[in-house]
Design a protein around this ligand. Sequence first.
Ligand code: SAM
Ligand code: SF4
Ligand code: F3S
Length: 426
Amino acid sequence: MASYHIWTIGCQMNQADSEQLAANLERLGYQPAPEIEKADLIVLNTCVVRQSAENRVLGKLDSLKELKRLSPNTVVALAGCMVDSGVDQLKHRFPYVDLFLKPGQFNELLELAKARAPKVSDSVTASAHSPTAFVTIIEGCDNFCSYCIVPYRRGREKSHPIAELRCQVESLAERGVKEITLLGQNVDSYGHDLPEKPGLSDLLQELNSIEGLARIRFLTSHPKDMSPKLIQAVASLEKVCEHISLPVQAGDDKILQAMGRGYTAQYYRQLVEQIRQAIPTVAIATDVIVGFPGETEEQFRHTIELLSGLRFDTVHVAAYSVRPGTLAAKKLKDNISLFEKRRRLQQVEELQSQIASEINARLLGHTLEVLVEGKKKGKWYGRTRTDKLVFFENDANCLGQLVNVEVKKTSPWALQGLPRTSPISN
Ligand code: SAM
Ligand code: SF4
Ligand code: F3S
């Protein structure tokens, strides 16, 4: 039986692409190989959002060189955001790689896999399906934030029609998927390129009626495009979870402008206020970049003030990393030292750990609905509607069930609890 191994890093878009590829390969009769060395077909689905991600890819590629020498029949494919239009250059750099595939474009690989496929096989076993799935609703990005390489690698925005997405989600729900996460670099601009110009709120409304589906999430929202209509849709549609991912990136107006984000700190504060008023139980996550070119100590302080004032549930913080070809790389000097970037990053992390521990401590004694995604070290784990990670013990098989869990212990990163009722069947 031929086997495949997909190594994935980067954002949920890449994870979604890998899930899709795995499903297609399994349809052709391939089986997952847990160990990369044993696979007949190896795919690296890569990310280059920061130099650190790119370095991980280079390390992985290096480790495959020897593997390919010892086992020349193994197919090695480099996929994802590392693959730009300069494929010839990549071929020259990595001669042991057989295929170069742009983000989400796996056709060439699937053709080759089909040609070599084991006779399709009744022995293909249906793999145990996860109760959660990603669904990409809009590809690419039109925003061109000055620091960001994504639009150069994933192209322009392209929305999938509502009818197609409804079909896709219905078939996921039929297979037992309880929660879907709608994906896009900027989901709020969903539909602007479709003939009838639907919005994300229309899509949410449509998917909310799908039987068997219990939860709908979406990410990422762009503050400049988040409409009152969308906020209302989250507030009123029962399956749409109270969880919003709203990257702010910086708390200083000059830096926001240099980043090309299209809003001010004050606008962002008001937006968060509106969201919290409409959806009182909402959890908000954000992303922040520290050490953007020219960021002064005072400008950094504005970011710290915004974070302490708004008190997010989650903050993903990254040190600015020059990305070739971006506007910032061309026009702005990367003049904050690595030491200083690390200091700022640590300051944000310490502040956020304190805030998250306080927010989570308030959940002690509450009973929360958890969708169980798996088991780790003897404990079931899953997420609440607000995306909090919860662990609990139970003898019964809870995978894919919605379980009410009473919170007994909290930390900044996760909650521990006890199941309160038998799983809620859904
Ligand atoms: N579309 C989303 C948005 O508007 O924020 C997410 C885009 S990106 C895939 C994920 C995160 O990576 C960004 O929110 C940003 O904080 C970070 N990022 C992007 N480019 C970066 C760079 N050059 N250096 C450091 N962090 C970066
Ligand atoms: Fe990158 Fe900005 Fe697009 Fe997000 S919105 S993917 S940060 S260019
Ligand atoms: Fe990375 Fe590409 Fe996502 S660069 S963050 S995998 S869109």
